[in-house]
Write a protein that binds this ligand. Structure first.
Ligand SMILES: [Zn+2]
Length: 176
């Protein structure tokens, strides 16, 4: 009897961990092409329900509340996509083969927790990903360039406190 309880507990914990990891991986905005106007739209699904194996359900869309009565046909795109149309996955893939425009070092594997890379717009303005509306992703990826975390921090400081920044006059001539 005791063994049965232990076994049930282990299975229960395993199931909870599995559902939670699927929940964590499936959270966040997704980018779809709205079947109604064929424009990009940012949507979210009920991640907990999806993680538990339930039917996909839209919980948010950038075209709501105006188009809230739509047929939810974009769900097919999410179901058929390997990465579930997750914006985070698309952005991570974009950085994959890119180098920072400031220091020229490869961005490498993105650390979304502590050292998020940023981007610079065509007009030279630095931007962080939380400032980017997910539905504008295709345009942003086509017009912006990558900046690594270190350079983002340094450049932001330089722009906010130009009076405190003294460039090393020897760095470009001595070669050391
Ligand atoms: Zn850099």
């Amino acid at each position: 009897m005791t063994w049965l309880i232990v076994l049930a507990t282990i299975v229960g914990i395993g199931l909870a961990v599995y559902v939670f990891s699927r929940f964590a991986a499936g959270r966040g905005p997704r980018l779809v092409e709205c079947p109604e106007n064929h424009e990009p739209a940012a949507v979210s699904v009920n991640a907990l329900k999806a993680a538990a194996g339930g039917r996909l359900e839209l919980s948010q869309c950038s075209r709501w509340p105006e188009r809230e009565q739509c047929g939810r046909e974009c769900l097919t795109q999410i179901e058929q996509s390997v990465d579930g149309c997750l914006v985070r996955t698309m952005v991570t893939r974009w950085y994959d083969d890119k180098s920072c425009v400031v220091c020229r070092r490869a961005i490498g594997r993105v650390d979304w927790l502590d050292r998020k890379p940023a981007l610079v717009g065509p007009e030279g303005a630095l931007r962080q990903w939380q400032e980017v509306a997910p539905e504008t992703l295709p345009t942003v990826l086509a017009t912006h360039r990558p900046v690594c975390f270190d350079c983002y921090v340094a450049e932001t400081f330089r722009q906010q406190h130009p009076e405190l920044v003294i460039d090393n006059p020897w760095s470009s001539t001595s070669g050391q």
